[in-house]
Ligand binder design. Sequence first.
Ligand SMILES: Nc1nc2c(ncn2[C@@H]2O[C@H](COP(=O)(O)OP(=O)(O)OP(=O)(O)O)[C@@H](O)[C@H]2O)c(=O)[nH]1
Ligand SMILES: [Zn+2]
Length: 200
Amino acid sequence: MTDHSQLTQSDHESIDREKARRATRLLLEALGEDPDRPGLEDTWERRVPDAFATLTDGNRAEAKPTMRTFDADSEDLVVKTGIPFYSLCEHHLLPFHGTAHIAYRPGEEVVGLSKLARYVRWQSRQLTMQERLTNDIASGLADELDAPTVLVEMNATHLCEAMRGIETESTTTTRTTVGDPTDVEREQFHAAVARAEGQQ
Ligand SMILES: Nc1nc2c(ncn2[C@@H]2O[C@H](COP(=O)(O)OP(=O)(O)OP(=O)(O)O)[C@@H](O)[C@H]2O)c(=O)[nH]1
Ligand SMILES: [Zn+2]
């Protein structure tokens, strides 16, 4: 699991903005560009550092959404499908994006529905691999919600595969489970995911 505390630079910033400016300027020079030409000045001075500050917000514990909870009425599985996510592959710094599906069996409390999507968005904003992100979301939610069982499936397209390299657009599916879901819970989750993915 990612240790967010180790990566945090400050409460308000996940990156060293001055280094990001210098690095972006240098990269533009390496690409044979003139960083001072009109059109590129704001790119290295502001836009790229701003974009990476946002897209690595998952490194800041302070950016984690408030996971407002309510007393649970039952232990029935809560299933949330079709959560869009955008993340960055740590190998090429290119996006991978797709859809996350989550189910959890509540402990004492259920979480506000919107918070599941907010949590996925926050965790996704880091340099990672799809497998690790899937595990981070599942184990993080289990901790946050004190939930005995969490199931997560993520289906994604990696632009490092689509735009370059193998130059093939395909879907990668990763799944993880925390706890010990019953057969009925597994079936309920898989049926909901299949419906969301248009497979039924
Ligand atoms: N398992 C896993 N692999 C990933 C993920 N994102 C990217 N990769 C892969 O990471 C691998 C990196 O392989 P390398 O051989 O070091 O890099 P490369 O020469 O750019 O490889 P190609 O992409 O095959 O051109 C590639 O096979 C990518 O497809 C991910 O989230 N999970
Ligand atoms: Zn990649």
